[in-house]
Design a protein around this ligand. Sequence first.
Ligand code: SAM
Length: 314
Amino acid sequence: MRFEIVTIFPDFFAGIFENGILRRALAEGLVTVGVHDLRAFTHDRHRTVDDRPFGGGEGMVLKPEPLAEALASLGIQPKAERLGGGEFPEEPTSWAKARADIKGLNVGAEAPTCQPRTRVILLSAQGRRFTQAIARELATVDRVVLLCGRYEGVDERINQLYCDLELSIGDYVLSGGELAAAVVVDATMRLIPGVLGNEASSEFESFGVADAEIATAEDGVPRSQHGAGGLLDYPHYTRPAEFGGLRVPETLLNGDHAGIRRWRREQQLRKTLANRPDLLEGAALSSEDEKLLEAIRNETSSDGTELQNHSADA
Ligand code: SAM
């Protein structure tokens, strides 16, 4: 899989991909990253990439022409031309279906067959919130092109003409899209098959998929983890068993996989209820989870105390 990043600060990315999992993925050729200097697509002495906003107001806006040229250099045409006049799907969840539809229509072997495997993304505080689900979708395509805004942002026509998705990494305003692009690359590349040492591990962490969607063989050993099913992760501990006067919960020390699994699920529910109750709505919960959640809620409302993440052993 390849990431292309278009930026006025290419040096920002020097060193950022040289550590940990991404460095290994790059070294093994599982992921490649191209960083493109927007100023290389200007034609004036000052290499101008910005201009004043129409209508007045503060700040400058990134001009459309250098961005369009940068995209053309990557073989990216305007959306309307890419699918022979067809619309790109708005919802990332429909991308897979859209690809199937395109195949079904038997679109010619020329441009359109490879184009649906590229996603052009504008980083923007006004975008759809970047989530693990979107990262999972992105990890299935061949190429992700990330446009980094600066100043007041990017001329909106670039978004309208070229971008499949406008993405925000959170409800705050950054000074540029570079940090956001690095976040998207990091979160996406670790979901590409082969990048994480243990293929299944992304399923078991925060926002992971439900048990039913995990295809790993159990080879007779009971698993001590649940697929997160959209919940937050449970707390993790390592040696020593006692630290700062706190002992690791006994359940984790006794090797009872079923007990560990139950304890971890309860902690996932507690932590999600305490820190991100909004996630419970879309989570894949079993009837056992629902009962446990009800018990945790009752426990809280009856003693009037705040929800605790670290309950005593179950
Ligand atoms: N005027 C814009 C607004 O109020 O939405 C803010 C522009 S911001 C100072 C400059 C650039 O930073 C944006 O064009 C975008 O590329 C990037 N950026 C800022 N916040 C972001 C966020 N939460 N997620 C992704 N990109 C962001």
